[in-house]
Design a protein around this ligand. Structure first.
Ligand code: PBG
Ligand code: ZN
Length: 324
């Protein structure tokens, strides 16, 4: 009698040779939160290891990131003054523009992505200009100022624009605004499939960007809808996005795979604040092997189809990779 069951005959060396998914430092973009002032480095209580920093501290942080082999960051700004249209984001003296110029001067070898949205800059905390009558975001008025914000970032030295507001037509509008100003070669990474998620909670503490009324469900996606999630990303590809994104990551691994299989563009995932905070809380409670769970999570993102991982864990991962 022949036994017909199959198994792979892998010894230890062979197991290494056939490993399908590997994590490297080049997979990561590390988020940084900047505010004005000097010598400011405020830790966020729900996100141990994550800080609001002034520009001088951001420059030191870049030095440390480079020493760990991390060269890519995404910037979020916390303005001194918020108003109804997010003026700080539209000024060359705004927090992001100033930070970009400082980083580019001190660290020209950093790859600096800039998050493009208005929720951090408006006093009502929504992602664009409000339509007062309906108390919702006015999509088309917002497209116009998104274009302006993108050009401000471009002129200040951004290496990639990452619009995160999920407005309809935003990629086309931003692409056109950039091209008109001579930035035809500046890439756009779209938050193309962004769900209305409770996992953004801690971020809104750091960025001080919780909406003062209502929620973002009119422009962010319903977590229940898979086909719509794919369509949204494909729409941004059609409008000219260079990189697509799924956000959050952990509860949406199927969507990452779905989009991976429906596009040839590179795909990023955003391992968001709430996902980071959960692991940190479990670590503090000593209920998991934190480092192993973290690496397993990162492998999961890549195995699902991610090329880029935006993660607050990036520094810890880099340190761990240096150890082994
Ligand atoms: C801004 C933006 C948000 C995040 C990234 N860009 C917040 C939001 O949509 O409310 C969330 C990131 C995180 O939770 O880590 N539009
Ligand atoms: Zn927003």
């Amino acid at each position: 009698m022949f036994k017909r069951f199959r198994r792979l005959r892998l010894n230890e060396k062979l197991r290494e040779l056939v490993t399908e998914t590997v994590i490297t430092k080049n997979d990561f973009i590390y988020p940084l939160f900047v505010r004005s002032g000097e010598g400011i480095k405020n830790e966020i209580s729900s996100m141990p290891g994550v800080y609001q920093m002034s520009i001088d501290e951001i420059l030191k942080e870049c030095e440390e990131l480079k020493s760990l082999g991390l060269y890519s960051i995404i910037l979020f700004g916390i303005p001194d003054v918020k108003d109804s249209i997010g003026s700080d984001a539209l000024s060359e003296e705004g927090i992001i523009a100033r930070t970009l110029r400082a980083i580019k001067e001190a660290h020209p070898d950093m790859f600096v992505v800039t998050d493009l949205c208005f929720c951090e800059y408006t006093d009502h905390g929504h992602c664009g200009i409000l339509d007062m009558k309906h108390k919702t975001v006015n999509n088309d008025a917002t497209l116009e100022i998104l274009g302006k914000q993108a050009v401000i970032h471009a002129k200040a030295g951004s290496d990639m624009i990452a619009p995160s507001g999920m407005m309809d037509g935003m990629i086309e509008a931003i692409r056109e605004a950039l091209d008109d100003e001579g930035f035809e070669n500046l890439p756009i990474m779209s938050y193309s499939t962004k769900f209305a998620s409770a996992y953004y909670g801690p971020f809104r503490d750091v960025a001080e960007s919780a909406p003062s009324f209502g929620d973002r469900r009119s422009y962010q996606m319903n977590p229940a809808n898979r086909r719509e999630a794919i369509l949204e990303s494909l729409e941004d590809e059609f409008e000219g996005a260079d990189i697509l994104m799924v956000k959050p990551a952990l509860a949406y691994l199927d969507i990452i795979r779905d989009i991976r299989e429906n596009t040839k563009l590179p795909l990023a995932v955003y391992n968001v604040s709430g996902e980071y905070s959960m692991l940190q809380a479990a670590k503090r409670a000593k209920v998991i092997d934190y480092e192993r769970v973290m690496m397993e999570t990162m492998i999961g993102f890549k195995r699902a189809g991610a090329d880029i991982i935006i993660s607050y864990h990036a520094k810890e991962v880099a340190k761990l990779l240096d150890k082994c």
